[in-house]
Design a protein around this ligand. Structure first.
Ligand SMILES: Nc1ncnc2c1ncn2[C@@H]1O[C@H](COP(=O)(O)OP(=O)(O)O)[C@@H](O)[C@H]1O
Ligand SMILES: [Mg+2]
Length: 451
């Protein structure tokens, strides 16, 4: 008996410590079983308390009266499936007549408290069926991506969503993206995660980093072209525009539409071309875009206009040629000059990290969803890396990318350095990388630095 008591105390102590220090492990060991039991046992009473039951139908009342039975009780939605996941539970509910998905969404906060879970979100799967996703702990506090993700062609698992699912950056569905956020809010870390994800794919990476290249140049070995100042950026963007024209010529030469060719085989973008002819897709990453749009002199103004024109052309026509833009900045509004709002309207995928004012959040979401604007302004300062990701369909989610350090990203890029494709149009901008980087001498405060 004493041994049993000791073992019990040890198990409880282990559970408490895990829950406090390692919520993800606690969930996998104890949490998932306890939460499943709690949900199943309390289901009917919680649904009743949350106002999600419907009174018995007339024919059930009539049957009860005929059979002289007690009056039947109100019924909650039917549980079609309960499915434990790495971070929580997924419940599939069949609604009763008279209920709608909005009822469940409106009660999600009450459900969260009643089932003692961390977060509850719901969405309609099809008419009459609602999926309720519950998380057992704060999954964004310490982001751990699942080992297996559903990667596809040009689909990068880049962050974790609040409901525990993976957030993908799918370039074929959403070709161009805009990432906004105040300084130190996590934009560059998000972009670094994208680069690390893309590094293993057959894609050419092009970087423009006018912060003297501090973010992207360490990853140079996986890049086909890099620019660290507006002059090089202009030449690079114009080279990309001419590359785009070449790709369109190639697509046109392959089209040769005749009556015999089925509709699905007529090439209209690079993905319709046969694999051996298909040019590699190009992802253009721009960090701190305002550096490209600001100017002080007349000459710089001319350069700025050419840069923005090239970006607008790439955004308008690039998708079918497999050129995708990923633009990061602190603000991206009309104050950066003419054509900026036109460029912004082409950037469908919107992500906003913490912003300091509503106008900055409006630049990302005003034309998509007012709720998302509010959510972006409310991101706390101590949760760097948390962002709101939206798309033009009005949906949005709170996400956070894993904290990939620059060293981890460099290692991934070096590992895939042999994947850099051969793009003659961009050869002039290929970063010169020494076969092995010289070791940097540690900076010392006492000894004078030597050049
Ligand atoms: N996803 C994240 N998880 C944890 N910490 C993060 C995350 N993203 C950013 N940070 C922290 O915030 C700091 C600033 O991020 P950074 O991406 O350089 O900001 P920005 O480019 O917006 O100025 C990073 O050094 C890191 O410590
Ligand atoms: Mg940055």
């Amino acid at each position: 008996m004493t041994w049993f008591m000791v073992a019990l105390v040890l198990v409880v102590a282990a559970a408490v410590i895990l829950r406090w220090r390692r919520p993800a492990w606690y969930w996998l060991t104890f949490g998932v079983t306890l939460a499943t039991l709690r949900v199943l046992v309390r289901y009917a009473s919680v649904m009743d308390a949350c106002g999600l039951t419907v009174p018995p139908s007339r024919w059930r009342l009539a049957l009860a009266r005929l059979a002289n039975r007690p009056v039947p009780q109100s019924r909650p939605p039917r549980i079609l499936r309960i499915h434990p996941t790495r971070t929580g539970l997924v419940l599939r509910l069949g609604l009763r007549p008279g209920q709608d998905a909005f009822d469940v969404a409106a009660a999600s906060d009450r459900l969260r408290h009643s089932f003692s879970l961390y977060g509850v979100t719901s969405r309609e799967l099809r008419s009459g069926v609602v999926e309720v996703r519950m998380t057992g702990y704060d999954v964004l506090k310490r982001v751990q991506m699942p080992a297996r993700t559903d990667n596809g062609l040009m689909r990068v698992p880049v962050a974790l969503r609040e409901d525990g699912s993976v957030h993908y950056r799918d370039y074929r569905a959403v070709p161009h993206g805009l990432t906004l956020g105040a300084t130190e809010s996590g934009k560059s870390v998000y972009q670094r995660n994208l680069v690390a994800g893309l590094a293993a794919m057959d894609v050419a990476l092009v970087g423009i980093d006018c912060k003297q290249g501090v973010e992207l140049f360490p990853l140079a070995r996986r890049f086909s072209a890099l620019a660290d100042n507006p002059d090089t950026a202009l030449d690079l963007l114009e080279a990309l525009v001419s590359h785009m024209a070449d790709v369109y010529q190639l697509i046109r030469s392959q089209q040769c539409i005749s009556v015999a060719i089925p509709d699905a085989e007529i090439a209209a973008d690079i993905w319709d071309l046969p694999a051996d002819l298909r040019p590699v897709p190009v992802v253009v990453l721009v960090d701190e875009v305002a550096e490209l749009a600001l100017f002080a002199t007349k000459d710089e103004e001319k350069r700025r206009d050419r840069i923005i024109t090239a970006l607008v052309r790439l955004a308008q026509l690039g998708r079918a040629a497999g050129i995708y833009l990923e633009i990061c900045g602190q603000r991206f509004g009309a104050e950066l000059g003419k054509s900026i709002t036109m460029l912004r309207s082409q950037l469908t995928g919107r992500t906003a990290h913490r912003v300091n004012d509503e106008t900055s959040a409006n630049m990302a979401f005003a034309d998509i969803s007012p709720d998302a604007v509010l959510a972006a302004v409310q991101i706390p300062t101590d949760m760097r890396g948390v962002a709101i990701a939206g798309d033009s369909s009005g949906g949005w989610a709170r996400i956070r990318a894993p904290h990939t350090s620059l060293r981890e990203a460099v290692n991934i890029c070096n590992k895939h350095a042999d994947r850099v494709p051969d793009l003659p149009a961009l050869a002039a901008f290929r970063p010169a990388v020494a076969p092995s980087l010289p070791a940097c001498a540690p900076l010392s405060k006492t000894a004078p630095a030597t050049a």
